[in-house]
Design a protein around this ligand. Sequence first.
Ligand SMILES: [Zn+2]
Length: 352
Amino acid sequence: MEAGELEAEKHVRFILAVEKVLSSLERSRPLFLRLLLLPLSNQPSVDSQRKDDFEALAMEHLRMNGAYWGLTTLYLLHRLDAVDLDEVVSWVLECQHESGGFAGNIGHDPHILYTLSAVQVLALLDKLDVLDADKVSNYVARLQNEDGSFSGDEWGEIDTRFSYCAICCLSILHHLDKINVEKAVNYIVSCKNLDGGFGCTPGAESHAGQIFCCIGALAITGSLNHVDKDLLGWWLCERQVKSGGLNGRPEKLPDVCYSWWVLSSLIIIDRVHWIDKNKLARFILDCQDKENGGISDRPDDAVDVFHTYFGVAGLSLLEYPGIKAIDPAYALPVDTVNKIFFGRLIVRTWRS
Ligand SMILES: [Zn+2]
């Protein structure tokens, strides 16, 4: 892999430019966030009909999560300085409810997905001290059910994605003691399939996105002993197709966002050498818009912030030159994770 093939400066400009196009539409919002405040239907190149189910679910929560994708990408490319961070912090805080949970935007309902993104954004900006950690943690803890699973909000939908959100969020806030971790782990383990993968609920089919959530949660809680690493590693490395890209399930097309979900899981279970890393990096680089910046799901498709983030994060996991290292379990820069756990945990060294 050669440095210079990644159009880093163009991707930074793409993320910052989308906001400029939209700046005429809404004058009252902080510059960077204008992109994220538009209704989903107005977002650039979001065609959820065409997308995989898991991705459609991930895209649904575009506003607060969009802040996380955009800002993390800028951080990994050494350009967080291009954003007015105080404005971001005050917008994030305006999305918080009395319950302690965060909404995807001002005036919307809180959800565990937005709550994790809000906490990740504040961690990224090194501003966790603006939070009442107890209050946020109590909101998350109240979403745990008797069987150890987590609901996404007060309406009760259950999914292993929410287990990951809860565990990651509480770990960042140093409040895992507020939930029953053993039950949470047992529930995740109950979603394990005979193929070594994990689904969204017990008995549901294995999917790379859910596998990332389950493996990430098990890694954070020190419970990877429940994973058959060879069996799961085999399923994950079979996701690599001829072009070098990764898909989310058998028979599906490759997609840049799976560079994150599959790759991070393989790194956590120490089986990343089972795929062809150079071919994967080439696939991601082929998905760049080399003229205007941004990364798409597949070569020559339209670019968006979601795939730009997952492409850059994937290249970070592949140790592409010039990109900061990202932690595969917390989905935050390694610098940030070390800062959060300095003095509390052994410094994480996924990169040997
Ligand atoms: Zn995708």
